[in-house]
Write a protein that binds this ligand. Structure first.
Ligand code: LLP
Length: 418
């Protein structure tokens, strides 16, 4: 099930040949399928609808492009944001402030104040002091901040250590056993409408078991809080659902996830909130890159492409796997290493991988790059920021231009005493 398919021997995004986009925009370039975003957004919504009243907040860190956010707003999604910059994007894309959830372990006082001024729908608090400060700022403005406590349920998400967030030793959330007392102290504060709890245990989860374990603990907490006389109307169950990156990956479907949620949360009588990121976006995008050189190696050749770890950081950071295929397959197969031009040994997209035989000038793609791709790009090695193109049917548009190294240099100054 992909929106990038071959027709007459070449790879398309919906009805647009990727080679045409590469020719017009240059490479490397991220290409997204609007239809793929829409289908996954609807799929997730249908899945969790089994659980009753839900609020959907796309975790925009996964793909904060304004056009993508507008598309998802049109599908009824709000946003989960973790910085003032993400908040500004969600609003600029036309998302209603009340549909935005403000998460994050280190919100600044200025960001909290801006969130209040904009009328952000919910603040997920990471520590007691943050709640005290938010209440103070809200009172000074004559406002009331809707908020939840984000708890850390101490559950092993069984994912890569660098994207695990729900173990006691992780920096996220407050210990679940301390939550009732903290709730008791924060709830009476003027300026705060402490209305529920939030949880998010990690990303690229391949099994529902750790999620279920975490949600069961959250259910027990909700009962305990109600027992202490608190009114609980909202529970935010975070994101984290895994996706297929390669053959053999069989992530839970949105339907399976929704069925589990419906079973575990039965009788909670709250509005359930979700913060999906990857599951909506990963397989709605890919990175198109041109082969620069095929350089002989000791065992296998090095296919040097014009995309690098600064454009797609996931392989270097998490040893992630991204499938690779040719835009116009040669029909011949080779075993090769695929690397970028950056001066780091970790700038390698694949080792000892069977791919189509390629030569300089050929185009290849790195699949499943719609989540945590362009958003994590940097200008390391003074490389430009990679552009993004959105395809819908037979139309396509540049939705983020290539930001040249010179533009970034313009912001630098050499002091006159040098
Ligand atoms: N909510 C919170 C509070 C989060 O921290 C995250 C992701 C999400 C929702 C969305 O999770 P998702 O549904 O996308 O799994 N850069 C890494 C992933 C980092 C995820 C951080 N938090 C990667 O490329 O794998």
């Amino acid at each position: 099930m992909t929106d990038f398919e071959y027709s007459n021997g070449e790879l398309y995004a919906e009805q647009v040949p990727l080679a045409r986009i590469a020719e017009q925009v240059g490479t490397p370039v991220y290409v997204y399928s609007a239809e793929a975003f829409r289908r996954r957004a609807r799929d997730f919504r249908d899945g969790v609808a089994q659980a009753g009243r839900v609020h959907l907040a796309f975790a925009i860190k996964a793909n904060p492009n304004l056009a993508v956010l507008r598309l998802l707003a049109n599908e009824g999604y709000g946003a989960d944001v973790v910085s003032g910059g993400e908040m500004a994007r969600a609003l600029a894309a036309g998302m209603a402030a009340k549909d935005i959830v403000f998460s994050g372990v280190g919100k600044t006082r200025a960001e909290l104040a801006t969130g209040l001024d904009k009328g952000i729908g919910q603040f997920n608090l990471e520590l007691e002091e943050e709640g005290v400060v938010l209440a103070e700022i809200a009172r000074s403005k004559g406002l009331v901040a809707p908020a939840t406590l984000r708890v850390n349920p101490d559950v092993d998400a069984g994912t890569h250590a660098k994207i695990s967030t729900g173990k006691a030793e992780n920096k996220f959330g407050l210990p679940i056993d301390q939550a009732p007392d903290i709730f008791d102290r924060l709830a009476p504060l003027g300026g705060l409408n402490l209305r529920g709890v939030a949880v998010h245990i990690g990303s690229q989860l391949k099994s529902l078991d750790p999620l279920e374990k975490a949600f069961v603990r959250v259910g027990e907490l909700v009962a305990e809080l109600r027992g202490r006389g608190h009114t609980i109307t909202h529970v935010d169950l975070g994101g984290g659902l895994g996706v297929r990156y390669q053959d053999g990956d069989v992530p839970p479907t949105a339907q399976e996830f929704g069925a589990m949620v419906a079973r575990v949360t039965q009788g909670w009588d709250v509005e359930l909130m979700f913060e999906p990121g990857r599951v909506i976006s990963a397989n709605a995008g890919l990175l198109v890159t041109e082969v620069l050189w095929v350089k002989p190696g000791v065992t296998n050749p090095w296919v040097v492409v014009d995309a690098a770890m600064n454009d797609l950081a996931r392989v270097a950071l998490y040893d992630a796997h991204h499938d690779i295929s040719s835009v116009k397959p040669s029909g011949e197969r080779i075993v090769a290493n695929v690397c970028g031009p950056v001066c780091e040994s970790s700038d390698v997209f694949a080792k000892d991988r069977e791919i189509d035989a390629v030569k300089g000038g050929d185009l290849i793609v790195l699949h499943s790059a719609g989540a945590y791709g362009a958003t994590m790009a940097s200008t390391y090695n003074s490389r430009p920021l990679v552009p993004e193109v959105l395809v819908s049917g037979d139309r396509h548009a540049i939705v983020a231009g290539r930001i040249a190294a010179e533009t970034i240099m313009d912001e630098e100054q050499v002091p006159d005493w040098l």
